[in-house]
Every structure is written in structure tokens, then in C-alpha cells.
Ligand binder design. Structure first.
Ligand SMILES: Cc1cc2nc3c(=O)[nH]c(=O)nc-3n(C[C@H](O)[C@H](O)[C@H](O)COP(=O)(O)OP(=O)(O)OC[C@H]3O[C@@H](n4cnc5c(N)ncnc54)[C@H](O)[C@@H]3O)c2cc1C
Length: 437
């Protein structure tokens, strides 16, 4: 590839804080809020115009598996978010499967960031890292005002794609042995649904699609049908279709997936109108501003969660939380058999009531750096474990723990690797992350 040198430039230092969080998705927001509540000054940088990431811009339909059936595993900020969003939506919080309205989430997250006095910037993109040996000193950001630097004592990579870690040169893994990742989905918001004609609010359309599959009449070669989810009066989100073969870190491939996803959703709409009760007058209101990327970089940390940790329900002396969502590796290719296996694996790997695995603190400590923590989808995990931890409650547990760990290091003036783990665990327990139901 031809390389071009950009002339060196002096750019302004625009802000400084104890903790700087890159990425304002569910994990980044949890990290910033937790750290602020523990006494740190915090800055959060988000490239879109709202917080939430996949929860808002991605139009994902539900927050799932906050509980293992006996324990609330994400009883801290995730549960607070669900409770506050429920009030906005006028529904009861559901700790197993809570359908969300993305606008309610945007509003609540703005409020939570403001209440906790976090300095947050939307429409600001982190594009480089200022590194001095093993220490990150700052991040370079761009906004319509130009470029600038934000300095901090500790940084959290909550970009989902592990962008900050990659910019800092931390080793990362991507996908399977061939680098193929789970296919993304461009979710969508529909209006005009008549829910009086359907007695379920999650997974709508699944029965009809499978029926059509048996009759060989499906309009698209899709054999892993997630479905449509109610999120308000007459509206709902579709987690429909996959962008098989997409490489989400490649700009061309990402672009093609968005173009194809927008086109393909019309076929789903047509199918629903004709086949699913209550959808005869449904309209497509919006396709997601953000492509739903399930898997991209998995950043290497001091410990990498591996599939045996899932199957053996392992726990760790330095664990910062527990989780229990099953193994959910969506297919990468358009191979029908591979697609059909996904739902079977989810069912087969489902834990029993009260069973869970531990998430070690070391999985949040990015390798080869002193002051970089990982939170959310990009934490240190193999594919199997990433497919479990990647759902919102898992991301928020790691975000909240990263924020509390950062506070522990800054306030005790010690490194991230020498914080008092027992004290961290005690604090997380006081925050109510893990509770008996
Ligand atoms: C299609 C789909 C459906 C899903 N359905 C569900 C579901 O029903 N329930 C569930 O619980 N989970 C679901 N998940 C999983 C879950 O939504 C995500 O894995 C999780 O929300 C990831 O959270 P995160 O904070 O790690 O990353 P994200 O939500 O991706 O947030 C990362 C944020 O970082 C920002 N960012 C990235 N790079 C930069 C940069 N350089 N500078 C500034 N900002 C940056 C992005 O704009 C984004 O806001 C789904 C995932 C997909 C893809």
C-alpha cells in the first residue's frame, strides 16, 4: 500500500481528566458513570450524536439475561438503566428479557451522564493515541472544530471494535482461523404494527418464517431468523437478516453491508405484511444509523477468557462479576447448515438456573500497556466467550468494573495491576452488581 506522510501539526489540548473513556456504548457509559460515582473526573468521547452504541444507534431490540434465574448478575448500572427506561416506556422491568425503546434509552443515558457530572462529547472521533512507552498519555480526537488532544491518567477502550487498543498497538485477535467474523445485522424500526392481532411481543415472525422455510417459500436464503420485537405502541425493532461475509473493519465491506442491509429489509417487510398477523399496514420507519457488528477485534489482555471457562463454569479469584448468557456464535457465511446450527447451540449451551461463570479482572487489562482498561464487546476473550459476554448486561458489568478499578488505582495512587482486588470486589458487591433475587 502506498503511504503518505501527513505534516506534523501542533494541536490543542482540549481537556484532561482522571479517566478518559473512548466509546459511549453501554460499556463506556457504565465505565464513566461508575468511575465518576467513585470520585474520579471523567471524560467520555463518542463519535455519534448520542450514548448507547448498539443500544440506541444499533436499534437492538432487547436487554437480555441480566439474571441466571437465581441471581441478578448485572444488578448495578445495567439494572438502574433498565428500571429508568421502564418508567419512560410505562412498562415493568424484566430482568430476563427487556424490550427497549431506543429513544427512551437515549434520554435516560443523557440524564445519567449529566447527573454524574461526566464531561461527555458527542460527534467526536478518537483517531490516534499518544503513547509514551507502556503509558498512554492522551488520545487524539477530531470534531468539526478540528483536531485536539484529551489527556488522562487511565483510559478505557469501550469502542466495541477495540479501536483504541489497535491504535495503541495492543495485540488483537479477529474472528476464526480464517479471520471470518459473525455476520452483522442492520436492525430496523417499524411502525404501524397492530399488536392486538399477536399475543407475543418478542420473536415475532419466527414461526411464520420457519413455516415458509419448510414449504421452501422463504424469499431470502436466511436460516437463522431472530425476529421482531415490540418496543412501544405500534412500533418495534427488527433483528432481521445477516450480512454474510462482511468484514466490519474494512471500510468497503462495511459500506456494502449497509447498502445491502437497507435493501434487504424491504423484503422482510413484504414477508411480514403478507404472513404475520398485525403487520398488514406496517411501515419501515428507520434503518439503524449504526451497522450491528457482533464481532470484530478481541483485544488481548492479561487473561483471555476461553471456551473451557464457559463449559466448566469456571470462577476466578480476581473475578469482577459473573455472567450466564449462552454461546451464540452467528454464522459468518451463507452456508445454510452453519446458520441452522446457531439456535441449536444457544439452546444446548444454556446453563441451568443459578449457574454462571466468572469474569476475571485480568480480562480487562490490555496487554503491553500500563493504563488501558477494556470494557464491553472487545474484552479479552476467545470467540466462544465473546459470543456470550457481548450482550448488553455482560458489557455493562465489565464497564462498571473498569470504572471502579480505575478509581481504585487513581485514588490509591497505584497501578492498575497492583490494585487491591479484594477491595475492588467488595466495592462492586456494595454497588449491588451481583445479588440474590
Ligand atoms: C444485531 C445485533 C443485535 C443484538 N441484539 C442484542 C440484544 O437483543 N440484547 C443484548 O443484550 N445484546 C444484543 N446484542 C449485543 C450488544 O448489543 C452489543 O454487543 C453491545 O451493545 C456492545 O456494547 P459496547 O458498549 O461494547 O459497544 P457498542 O454498543 O458498539 O458501543 C461502542 C461505541 O463506541 C463508539 N466508537 C467506536 N469507535 C470510536 C472512536 N474511534 N471514537 C469515538 N467513539 C467511538 C461507537 O460509536 C459506539 O457508540 C446485539 C448485537 C448485534 C450486533
Amino acid at each position: 500500500m502506498t503511504k503518505v506522510t501527513i505534516p506534523a501539526k501542533e494541536i490543542p489540548l482540549i481537556a484532561e481528566a482522571d479517566l478518559v473513556v473512548a466509546g459511549g456504548g453501554s460499556a463506556g457509559v457504565a465505565a464513566a458513570i461508575a468511575a465518576a460515582q467513585e470520585g474520579l473526573s471523567c471524560i467520555l468521547v463518542e463519535k455519534s450524536n448520542c450514548a448507547g452504541g448498539m443500544l440506541t444507534n444499533g436499534l437492538l431490540p432487547s436487554i437480555i439475561y441480566m439474571s441466571d434465574g437465581r441471581n441478578l448478575l448485572s444488578g448495578g448500572l445495567c439494572y438502574e438503566l433498565v428500571k429508568r427506561v421502564s418508567v419512560e416506556m410505562g412498562v415493568k422491568p424484566d430482568i430476563y428479557w427487556h424490550n427497549i425503546n431506543p429513544e427512551a434509552v437515549k434520554l435516560v443515558l443523557d440524564e445519567m451522564l449529566c447527573e454524574n457530572k461526566i464531561r461527555f462529547f458527542y460527534n467526536m472521533h478518537c483517531f490516534d493515541v499518544l503513547r509514551n512507552g507502556p503509558r498512554i498519555e492522551g488520545i487524539a480526537v477530531s470534531s468539526p472544530q478540528g483536531m485536539g488532544v484529551i489527556k488522562g491518567k487511565i483510559f478505557v477502550d469501550a469502542t466495541g471494535d477495540g479501536n483504541l487498543s489497535a491504535l495503541a498497538g495492543v495485540p488483537c485477535e479477529i474472528g476464526n482461523e480464517s479471520g471470518e467474523v459473525m455476520a452483522p445485522t442492520l436492525c430496523s424500526l417499524w411502525s404501524g404494527v397492530d399488536y392486538t392481532k399477536n399475543n407475543i411481543s418478542s420473536g415475532l415472525g419466527r414461526r411464520e418464517w420457519h413455516q415458509a422455510e419448510e414449504n421452501n417459500t422463504i424469499p431470502l436464503p436466511e436460516h437463522h431468523f431472530v425476529g421482531f420485537f415490540r418496543c412501544g405502541n405500534g412500533i418495534g425493532c427488527g433483528n432481521l437478516g445477516h450480512e454474510y461475509g462482511c468484514r466490519p473493519l474494512d471500510a468497503d465491506s462495511y459500506t456494502q453491508a449497509c447498502v445491502h442491509g437497507r435493501k434487504q429489509i424491504r423484503t422482510y417487510l413484504e414477508f411480514f405484511r403478507k404472513n404475520v398477523p398485525g403487520f398488514a399496514h406496517a411501515e419501515l420507519a428507520l434503518t439503524a444509523p449504526m451497522l450491528g457488528v457482533r464481532e470484530s477485534r478481541r483485544v488481548c489482555g492479561e487473561y483471555m477468557l476461553v471456551k473451557e471457562d464457559y463449559y466448566e463454569r469456571r470462577h476466578f479469584s480476581d473475578e469482577i462479576g459473573c455472567f450466564a448468557y449462552p454461546v451464540d456464535i452467528h454464522a459468518s457465511s451463507s452456508n445454510a447448515e452453519e446458520q441452522s446450527e446457531v439456535e441449536k447451540t444457544v439452546t444446548a449451551t444454556q446453563y441451568g438456573k443459578g449457574e454462571n461463570y466468572g469474569i476475571p479482572y485480568r480480562a480487562l487489562l490490555a496487554k503491553e500497556t500500563e493504563n488501558l482498561l477494556l470494557a464491553g464487546r472487545c474484552i479479552s476473550a476467545d470467540r466462544t466467550m465473546q459470543s456470550s459476554i457481548r450482550v448488553v448486561p455482560g458489557c455493562m458489568i465489565t464497564g462498571e468494573a473498569a470504572g471502579v478499578a480505575a478509581a481504585s488505582a487513581v485514588l490509591k495512587n497505584c497501578s492498575l495491576r497492583s490494585i487491591d482486588i479484594a477491595a475492588l470486589q467488595k466495592r462492586l458487591s456494595q454497588r449491588g452488581i451481583y445479588q440474590k433475587i
